[in-house]
Design a binder for this molecule. Structure first.
Ligand SMILES: O=C(O)CCC(=O)C(=O)O
Length: 275
């Protein structure tokens, strides 16, 4: 899939781009059944809500991972994700910095404080702050489900000061968040936050400096989203003291090839026949 000039301009203006219908229902269902399978695995890269429900599953794309999933690996290499990601990064040599599936269980899933992803990653040694995340909706997503919100144009403000929160809404995964006073000022001066909603199969691409966050899931229906962060191979991280673990700061900076459009369903059939 190739983005148009207008889509590229929209991404650079707003800091995000929404592409509806990027993936079919069949593809979404096959990825969802992988999440059902991964739910039963015990792994250090699975993080839970206070009541034990799964919040995030990291590292689904690497073969050495206990939560490896061939269909999710295919998603990271799909021409419909990696193609646009490379266009927006302006480079065809990119690697996967991390993958995660965020499950926001109905009536139980909690939120993510307002932050820039680079508010975390700045501590991990990346020379440039232009990493990009692709999010794929694996269910129809409405605001009431604790949808993501993005502040349009906020990526142009540069990196904001973040504080570290290890209490609120952050059971196993402490969060970094934009300082509250600064956020109040930013929110007065920028466009209103946009709820990132859509049908299952919608693809969203966003910049690592875009300010975003989400609330609790007020609906009985769980929210399912897969996130893949891409980085240019030329922007691999420098050695820094105490970087985060490899599950979220990959040391595998081999350029990722674009694979076939059929690969997600092909991989799902293989998983099903191996059962
Ligand atoms: O899934 C969400 O609601 C937000 C996730 C997020 O902001 C993040 O992982 O950086």
């Amino acid at each position: 899939m190739k983005l148009t000039k207008e889509q590229i301009a929209d991404y650079h203006r707003d800091g995000y781009l929404i592409i509806p219908d990027a993936f079919s229902r069949e593809e979404v269902n096959s990825l969802r059944s992988e999440i059902d399978r991964l739910h039963h695995i015990e792994a250090k890269t699975i993080f839970r809500e206070r009541d034990g429900a799964i919040r995030s599953i990291f590292l689904v794309h690497e073969k050495y991972s206990p939560v490896y999933s061939e269909p999710f690996r295919a998603l990271t290499r799909s021409p419909r994700v990696l193609g646009p990601a490379n266009q927006l990064l302006g480079d065809d040599k990119t690697y996967i910095m991390h993958t995660k599936i965020n499950v926001k269980p109905g009536l139980e899933g909690t939120g993510w404080l307002w932050h820039q992803d680079h508010g975390y990653w700045v501590h991990d040694g990346y020379p440039e702050d232009d990493l990009l995340t692709a999010m794929v909706m694996l269910g129809d997503t409405e605001e009431i489900q604790g949808s993501l919100y993005i502040i349009p144009g906020s990526h142009k403000l540069g990196l904001q000061d973040h504080y570290f929160d290890d209490s609120k809404a952050a059971f196993q995964l402490p969060q970094r968040a934009v300082q509250v006073d600064r956020l109040k000022k930013v929110m007065k001066e920028t466009a209103k936050p946009v709820p990132i909603v859509g049908k299952a199969g919608t693809l969203v691409l966003f910049h690592c400096l875009a300010i975003h966050g989400s609330g609790v899931n007020m609906s009985p229906d769980s929210r399912w989203q897969a996130y893949i962060t891409y980085n240019r191979c030329a922007n691999r991280p420098n050695d820094v003291p105490n970087p985060r673990g490899e599950f979220t700061r990959s040391l595998n900076w081999e350029p990722v090839p674009i694979e076939s459009d059929e690969a997600i369903l092909g991989a799902s059939r293989e998983v099903a026949s191996a059962k």
